[in-house]
Design a protein. Structure first.
Length: 152
């Protein structure tokens, strides 16, 4: 029943070949592509996610970029490097945001922030920073909570 209600369609559009600094292999040839995923209910598209990738031809490691697919062939490996970043799961992003939103709930914000930090530690970026903020805010709330408990 779930397969009938929820639908996904993935389309991969190849882009120009280029070179980039692979985290595993060094300066190597790379392929580029646009990955477009449409999600919907009963064949009615609701969400479309588009991500542009640069992938190593040797090992397959792929990094995201916000540059247009058509322009990727114009960049050298050195010029492309500052525009590449690892993909961060939407679950990790949710954990980071939830840790800040729920920081005042005892233990909830702290646990969400810790899990968000652990899962985003290698990729970094805003989810890691937001998880640290959630942990900091939750820690302050916990200290105040303990002081109030001890003062009674």
């Amino acid at each position: 029943m779930d397969d009938i209600l929820l639908t996904t369609k993935t389309k991969r559009t190849p882009g120009p070949d280029t070179r980039f600094h692979c985290p595993r292999c060094g300066d190597v040839p790379a392929r580029t592509y646009l990955l477009e995923e449409k999600m919907g209910v009963l064949f009615i598209p609701l969400i479309t996610q588009r991500e542009t990738y640069v992938a190593c031809r040797a090992c397959g490691a792929a990094l995201l970029t916000r540059l247009p697919l058509e322009e990727l062939g114009e960049y050298s490996a050195d010029g492309l490097t500052p525009h590449l970043f690892p993909r961060v799961s939407i679950i990790v992003q949710f954990l980071a945001v939830a840790s800040v939103v729920l920081f005042c709930a005892p233990f909830v914000g702290l646990v969400l922030g810790a899990i968000g930090l652990l899962t985003s530690y290698r990729t970094g970026g805003w989810p890691k920073r937001l998880s640290l903020i959630g942990i900091g805010l939750s820690s302050v709330v916990h200290v105040i909570f303990v002081i109030l408990l001890l003062s009674r």
